[in-house]
Design a protein around this ligand. Structure first.
Ligand code: DGY
Length: 321
């Protein structure tokens, strides 16, 4: 049998690389840039497997990789990958669900705390020497405990956020999802409702839906206008779920009070974008799952997936099996 080859695109630790080397010759790339693009394409043209984060594959690249059997993304989201073209070519796509659920829920909660209590804005005031008097009403935040938490998309991460809100902060939970989740209702007293009802009742609206044609600009000007004027919008899903121009306008005009955002239509977010300069917006550099423990677990899972798929060893998390 011809030698198997795997391309990696992400800095993987030696333990994971050596697991891959037991089943294949590995061409390792930490990132893609102008100087290594040709070398990467050469490696991809011979590869049976590709494992990495932020894999920006397109059809032209797939056409140049006739041996490719499996792509293992180090992420749960796969909206950046051309799934239909992969299906046409019989390429298996694997992702890393479960292992990042709790960490991403922690990030969502960090954004909830930061936007409600204005943590970044007030910390900046201290660092810049502008804490010159007793903090008064103009700098007060809003409570988290007891507020109504609206979760848009009640998958694994949505449920983990709901759990934090209900059990840790006594928050009534509303959720908008394609179908009701009886287990969430039994466990947390969460209530299934329409998106419109959720937007009009929630004090904090948290987006946790996958990005696709149905969720593109789900939060447009009309949806933002349905939110309460004192409400905050939290996005740990994908940037394009929100119409960012409409969001800027809504924040400027006081249609909603605040936003906490980990994801953006364009990443990295240019520092010149209005969102990056607004006091009532907390921006993070897409760190939903970015802890040592979780990123290591995701890399391990992605390597498990590719070994499982190419060498038939162990279960895999496949998207399009
Ligand atoms: C994911 O796993 O999809 C996270 O958003 C990281 O990209």
């Amino acid at each position: 049998m011809a030698e198997r080859r795997i391309v990696t695109l992400r800095r993987l630790d030696e333990a994971q690389l050596s697991r891959l080397r037991q089943i294949a010759v590995v061409d390792a790339f930490e990132d893609l840039n102008e100087t290594n693009q040709a070398q990467f394409m050469e490696a991809l043209s011979r590869a049976h497997g590709l494992v990495g984060g932020k894999l920006e594959l397109d059809e032209v690249m797939l056409d140049k990789a006739p041996s490719l059997e499996v792509v293992s993304t180090i992420s749960v989201g796969y909206d950046h990958l051309p799934l239909a073209a992969m299906n046409e070519r019989g390429i298996l796509l694997c992702n890393t669900p479960d292992v990042l659920t709790e960490t991403t829920a922690d990030t969502a909660f960090a954004l909830i705390m930061a936007t409600q209590r204005r943590l970044v804005e007030l910390s900046t005031m201290v660092r810049e020497g502008r804490w010159t008097a007793h903090v008064d009403r103009e700098h007060f935040g809003s409570d988290v405990h007891g507020k109504t938490l609206g979760i848009v998309g009640a998958g694994r991460i949505g449920a983990a956020i709901a759990r934090r809100g209900a059990l840790g902060f006594g928050m009534p939970i509303l959720y908008a999802a394609n179908s009701a989740k009886p287990e969430l209702e039994a466990e947390l007293g969460a209530r299934h409702c329409s998106l419109d009802e959720l937007l009009s009742r929630a004090d904090i609206v948290c987006l946790v839906v996958p990005y696709n044609a149905d969720t593109h600009h789900l939060m447009d000007a009309g949806a933002l206008a349905r939110m309460k004027p004192n409400a905050a919008l939290i996005n740990v899903a994908r940037g394009k779920v929100v119409d960012e121009s409409a969001l800027v306008e809504a924040l400027e005009r006081g249609v909603i009070r605040a936003a906490g955002l980990d994801v953006f239509a364009e990443e990295p977010l240019p520092a010149t974008t209005p969102l990056a300069a607004m006091d009532n917006v907390v921006v993070l550099p897409h760190i939903g799952s970015a802890t040592h423990e979780t990123r290591d677990a995701m890399a391990r899972r992605a390597v498990d997936n590719i070994i499982g798929a190419l060498a038939g060893e162990g279960p895999i998390s496949a998207v399009n099996e």
